[in-house]
Write a protein that binds this ligand. Sequence first.
Ligand SMILES: Cc1ncc(COP(=O)(O)O)c(C=O)c1O
Length: 482
Amino acid sequence: MPAIKFYDHEPIPMEMHKVKIVQQLNLLPAEERLSKMRKAGFNTFKLHNGAIFMDMLTDSGVNAMSDKMLAGMMMPDDAYAGSESFYRMRAKLREIFGMKYCLPAHQGRACENILALRFVKPGSCVIMNYHFTTAKAHITRLGGRVEELVKDEGLVSNSDLPFKGDIDLDKLEACIEREGVENIAFMRLEAGTNLIGGQPVSVQNFKDACAIARKHGIISVLDASLLQDNLYFNKTREEKYKDVPIRTITREIADQFDIIYFSARKFGFARGGGIMIRDRELFHSMEDMVTMYEGFLTYGGMSVREMEAMTVGFDESMEMDVISQGPQFIQYCVDRLDEYGVPMITPGGGLGAHIDASRFVSHIPQSEYPAGALTCALYLCGGIRGMERGTLSEERNPDGSERFASMELVRLALPRRVFTLSQVEYVIDRVKWVYDHRHLIGGLRFIHEPATLRFFTGKLEATSDWPERLVAAYKEEFGDDQ
Ligand SMILES: Cc1ncc(COP(=O)(O)O)c(C=O)c1O
């Protein structure tokens, strides 16, 4: 996106696309939202989409498609085996990442399942800059462990560090020494590190960490689901890369790794996933898991239409005009809220604007899920559906005690090309109101708690009548119909 100059004021984020298909939105009155929230067990995953005004839960599978992606969907090659749609997709991935072998899978977590089954044994350790929920769940299910070695500054919420997703190289060396190479299943680096606020990793850090892994004979894996955001930051925050084309930066990153996997619900703007592998033997050692869990090797659980769409989407992910819209909208939102005093994760990352709930509602103890409670409050006060990314999204320790998250975040995702700046302004306005009334928000407790990935399907209740009191104050401010 070029910085388009304005005559009368400073530049604002600009959409470099126009809208051709729309979906009508519905803003329920606050009282109705309260009743929907109760039914959903104070879990925003359980709300019906029709009850939501601004769906900022995720950027996963809900990005707007382009006319070219839709056009691609009109020409799929439907075959159980040997679909040309798959070969077109694989050719595009080979061109972008320079890796020969490709295993298709129905989404990102399916790739994580295959990688965990292939490499993780009871007691083995997987090194990461930071975990992602599903990646970790597959590893721990098989008796493995995750070591998170992000730099300490990566977990400081208010910062101007440009690459908060960088892995700490000293910690990496020490961890390899401590664990022993034979106990390390692989090193997984996540681009655009999701759970710490969509924070990027520098090209230099990818290079340095992979050099260490290579020296010790440890397999290196890139989770490229959020690579497009990461690339935007490599170009705009890493001096050395400011004049380097996005495709060249991508190749420089890809060249460091043995394996790259992605959720095409994010990378590719469609719905699917895949694993790219450099080594032939390694590829053959995993292909039977695709046929067993996903589908035949030329569709892996994906529809041929989606494969055609993502093939175009991969190309669009290499265009600065496309990948800059999300981060620029996010930075705008973060800056406006930060100026107002709302505790935000700074600098803005990719994926969404992240609120630091531990400071926003500091009166709620971690055992009562402050980020979960704030997520519910934002739905009650504006119909905004965010996602809890804190203790609720963790799993309990083996002895049943809570594993408190190192960050309590509320994520307000900005799916790519979906929202306009006026909608972002609405969100900023409602977050400010909630911040000024934060003392009204209380905690949550589980009434149904699944053992694995509890944040998806668990049900909770409020620890007091705080939701009713919050809604009453909101109605007093905005009236009965909002
Ligand atoms: C970094 C990262 N990796 C993996 C996944 C899992 O992908 P999926 O939702 O397609 O299973 C996600 C999903 O949000 C993600 O953000």
